[in-house]
Design a protein around this ligand. Structure first.
Ligand SMILES: Cc1cc2nc3c(=O)[nH]c(=O)nc-3n(C[C@H](O)[C@H](O)[C@H](O)COP(=O)(O)OP(=O)(O)OC[C@H]3O[C@@H](n4cnc5c(N)ncnc54)[C@H](O)[C@@H]3O)c2cc1C
Length: 536
């Protein structure tokens, strides 16, 4: 019997297992897929010599994460690589807004859209740098993060805290109207906000656009040299060095609960794995609570709350092997690792508005990755390993385009979205299609088939909307990894602080499990039950 069983070998499961193993616990990680990594995997799926990142690709959150920094993955072989430019966002009028790692260069680009916006940008960056440490400290601690929040408050002062709280709730459009004069900055920030499921008009979108753009400005959008899988490899190697075990091909179908305690798990082939001290589930909250635990072990109010759990949007992703660099109208785009397409902030409002009403957008917003530009090892010299993805509604009510997409997501419907993706590429890079040597496509169902956690291609373990963050993530509760089943912890991106590759939910769950194991059983259980009785 091991001290802890971890379900799921994505970044959060692997981080959780590493933190537990560092504390001397024996750990086994059980993974449904045939190899570890979750949504951090690369493979040759298009053409020989082309490494494609199957899911995630750019890791500003990983390099910013104090959790991953503490694991020192560079000692286990992880190397980072950067594209010359962080982000490019070409507009329909021929101009391109650019995020450079040199802040003065970014400012100069924004000034070309509206004089003065460069100075406003530099002010934002300076402010971000003063807040970064306490802010990230607060995000990566179990809730409530009393000490880092106090440091944040001290840094801001009471008057600025009031204004910062207002900013955190603001829609991106309103905030950028207050802060900038041109569409350059608004579009750059909106393109970043759309890495979540929030549009420019959504409450809370300003802070996401700001956070990602500021991380890009100060740390870049790095990629692991050799493919995203090398990040998972480093986590796996580190864990094995500490005696941790990983079993692949083990799809967990049940958390074994006895007298309100999680005591192990059972795989779909009937094998059971006992856990002496904790079960950490680095899988999505609906799967864990509804299927692996079951409503019979949960308070009725929690079961009811789960009906209101909101997934983030579904996704269609294409990986390409290209015979040459993408022929962008504006050659500046060719220097960026990440390119955002789909028009300016106004068109992005149209795109997210379509998603909100369940319509498949006629014109997609794309996140494009130029991986060979970011890391020359990804494909043969003179070629490009690239991808793009766009979002489609979780539940389709209509199609804004002519293909009559219904949400069945068979080959025809997925291909119709791929056609829209490639048409958007052609709009900014005429002749793009002639370079495509091979493609690999994931529709919403294909993403979920590859990883159960990606419900119809939802990337972030649930919506990033403010009503599903902090003490409302994944459902109204304590904002903590503990669940009403004792010794069971939610360790995936469905938990605070949410999606992205930073290891936050995994590390928080592991730390709380370690701390709880050190407290005498009956007392702690009584306190926990009292807290859960209050919220459920
Ligand atoms: C297409 C795409 C692009 C993305 N781009 C980025 C990006 O560029 N940068 C970034 O920071 N983030 C990105 N993300 C988000 C990021 O990858 C996720 O937020 C992150 O991987 C979540 O980590 P996790 O460990 O919680 O879950 P996952 O990485 O999804 O891992 C969950 C693991 O659990 C396993 N599992 C599920 N159910 C079971 C079960 N019943 N039994 C056993 N095992 C099970 C799965 O097979 C999987 O291996 C992207 C995601 C996708 C899908």
């Amino acid at each position: 019997m091991v001290d802890a069983v971890v379900i799921g070998a994505g970044p959060n499961g692997l981080v959780a297992a590493n933190v537990l193993a560092d504390a001397g616990w024996s750990v086994v990680v059980l993974e449904a897929a045939d190899r570890p990594g979750g949504a951090v995997k690369s493979a040759e799926v298009t053409a020989p010599g082309f490494v494609n990142d199957l899911f995630s690709a750019f890791y500003p959150l990983a390099v910013a994460s104090p959790v991953l920094a503490a694991l020192r993955l560079e000692d286990w072989g992880l190397r980072w690589s950067h594209a010359p430019t962080v982000v490019a966002h070409p507009l329909d009028d021929g101009r391109t807004v650019l995020l450079h790692r040199d802040r003065e260069a970014t400012a100069a680009n924004l000034d070309a859209f509206a004089p003065g916006d460069g100075a406003a940008w530099l002010g934002l960056v300076e402010r971000f740098e003063s807040l970064r440490e306490p802010l990230l400290g607060a995000l990566f601690r179990p809730f409530p993060p009393v000490l880092p929040a106090a440091r944040l408050l001290r840094e801001l002062g009471v008057a600025e805290t009031l204004r910062f709280a207002r900013f955190v709730l603001q829609p991106l459009r309103r905030w950028t109207e207050e802060s900038f004069n041109g569409i350059g900055a608004a579009t750059l920030l909106a393109g970043n906000a759309l890495h979540t499921d929030l549009g420019p008009e959504s409450a809370g979108s300003a802070v996401y656009g700001w956070l990602l753009a500021m991380l890009g400005q100060t740390l870049g959008f790095p990629v692991p040299t050799g493919g995203s899988g090398t990040l998972s490899d480093a986590l796996v190697r580190r864990l094995r060095d500490r005696g941790g075990e990983i079993v692949c091909g083990a799809r967990i179908s049940e958390v074994i609960v006895r007298r309100g305690l999680a005591v192990g798990v059972r795989a779909s082939d009937g094998t059971s794995y006992d856990a002496r001290r904790a079960v950490l589930a680095a899988v999505d909250a609906p799967q864990l609570l509804t299927h692996l635990v079951g409503p019979e072990h949960l308070p009725a109010r929690l079961v009811d709350d789960l009906r209101r759990f909101q997934w983030d949007n579904a996704t269609v992703k294409v990986d390409w092997a290209l015979s040459g660099p993408i022929p962008w109208r504006d050659p500046e785009c060719g220097l960026a690792g990440t390119v955002h397409l789909g028009g300016s902030v106004d068109e992005l409002t149209g795109y997210t508005g379509a998603l909100s009403v369940g319509a498949v957008p006629a014109r997609p917003y794309l996140i494009v990755g130029q991986m060979t530009t970011a890391d020359a090892s990804r494909s043969p010299a003179g070629t490009e390993s690239a991808w793009a993805y766009t979002h489609v509604p979780q539940v389709v009510h209509s199609d804004q385009g002519a293909a009559g997409i219904t949400g069945r997501w068979d080959e025809r419907e997925v291909q119709a979205v791929v056609d829209r993706i490639e048409a958007e590429m052609e709009r900014q890079a005429p002749g793009f299609g002639e370079l495509v040597m091979a493609r690999h496509v994931f529709g919403p169902l294909g993403l979920q088939e590859a990883n159960d956690n990606l419900f119809r291609g939802a990337l972030n373990g649930g919506s990033a909307a403010v009503h599903q963050q902090l003490i409302w993530r994944p459902v109204p509760g304590l904002g903590r990894p503990e669940l009403p089943v004792d010794r069971l912890y939610l360790a995936s991106s469905s938990a605070h602080p949410g999606g992205g590759v930073h290891g936050g939910p995994g590390a928080i769950a592991a730390r709380v499990a370690l701390r709880n194991a050190g407290v005498t059983g009956p007392l702690r259980r009584a306190a926990l039950h009292a807290a859960f009785r209050a919220v459920y």
